[in-house]
Design a protein around this ligand. Structure first.
Ligand SMILES: [Zn+2]
Length: 351
């Protein structure tokens, strides 16, 4: 079968090659790969910035945003042939730490976890793959064209769960949300905010175009710009920061209403310094009982939450998030830079 593989640590090694068919182990599903989504992590992986091959191997199958159709399932499992599934990315560390021992491997304390397509486990960009039944999530049949969004949506579902758990420290009825960055994570965060009945604002550098239209399509308000100055008066209750841009991260910390929550989801490059008045930031956070927290990854329940959130969303809107579909035969094109109006690129594993 064909798979999209690369050599972690070496740039320019990504290609589609023939690899042996996977063999289904006990308790595992055999799955026909339908699609994988591509994100910034994949671009870092093929740029040799990141990634570890499976022990004893040089190459690894890439792809962690999966969608497939079950071909074979173990007797007595919750899955049947024909159903759509997404595979969970992370596996607990072998120790395991206290979090991993409780299924909360997204909060692993010792960093010894493994990840499909990223860290020591083959990913999902192949014509067939296997997955343990306990690490597969059912995806509604209606989501066949967009099911590769389950993984990015799981990151967002976790962010929302954490916001709500933090909010529960006191009376919590947020009304307004600001999302910074209208990439896939930001747009999905805005979608889940609208599903919770919030007034949602999305800030992005792009001018009017697909992103503004997508934001307006869920009844949220689009703001084109790169500063939070316009939110200094009517401060939002919640900010989900998805750009990782230093100045926005810093401004977010002082731009929430009292008891505000700032959820940081973006990754910043290091090496850029910004002058800040730490005293002002500290004063604002203390005197307002604010919380600033970071979040990454998701565990099984977040994938389930994500699949449920996507099933409730407008399918046409989700389809517009996928702006490029590249067949596996031309998979390298999926990694070429795309314009500002590109949201999510997906590789079609059946073509
Ligand atoms: Zn752990």
């Amino acid at each position: 079968m064909r798979a999209l593989t690369f050599e972690p640590g070496s740039e320019g090694t990504l290609d589609v090659r023939e690899v042996p068919d996977p063999r289904r182990g006990q308790g595992e599903l055999l799955v026909e790969g339908l699609a994988v989504g591509i994100c910034g992590t994949d671009r870092e992986l093929i740029g040799a910035g990141y990634g570890w091959p499976p022990p004893g191997e040089e190459r690894m199958v890439i792809g962690h945003e999966s969608l497939g159709r079950v071909l074979e399932a173990p007797d007595g499992s919750a899955f049947s042939p024909g159903e759509l599934v997404a595979g969970v990315v992370r596996r607990p560390d072998p120790a395991p730490c206290g979090a991993c021992a409780r299924g909360e491997f997204d909060m692993c304390r010792n960093g010894g976890y493994t990840e499909r397509g990223i860290k020591e486990l083959d990913g999902f960009a192949s014509e067939r793959w296997t997955v343990e039944a306990g690490y597969a999530v059912k995806v509604d049949r209606a989501l066949e064209s967009v099911g590769a969004l389950v993984e990015p949506a799981s990151v967002v579902a976790k962010a929302w769960e954490q916001i709500e758990r933090i909010g529960a420290r006191s009376w919590f009825e947020p009304r307004t949300l600001l999302v910074t960055g209208a990439g896939p994570i930001g747009l999905l965060a805005a979608l889940l905010g609208r599903q919770r009945g919030l007034e949602v604002h999305v800030l992005d550098r792009s001018g009017p175009g697909l992103k503004s239209s997508l934001v307006e399509g869920i009844g949220a308000t689009y703001h084109s710009g790169s500063s939070l100055a316009e939110f200094a008066e009517a401060k939002p209750d919640l900010i989900i920061e998805c750009t990782g841009a230093g100045p926005l991260v810093i401004d977010a910390m002082t731009t929430t209403a009292a008891a505000g929550i700032v959820c940081l989801c973006g990754l910043s490059p290091g090496g850029r310094s910004h002058r800040v008045d730490a005293g002002v930031i500290n004063r604002d956070i203390v005197l307002e009982n604010d919380v600033v927290f970071g979040t990454v990854n998701g565990n099984l329940r977040h994938y389930r939450d994500a699949a449920a959130a996507l099933a409730k969303a407008d399918l046409g809107w989700l389809e517009r998030l996928i702006t490029r579909r590249v067949p596996l035969t031309r998979a390298l094109e999926a990694f070429e830079p795309a314009g500002h109006d590109n949201v999510k690129t997906v590789i079609d594993l059946t073509a």
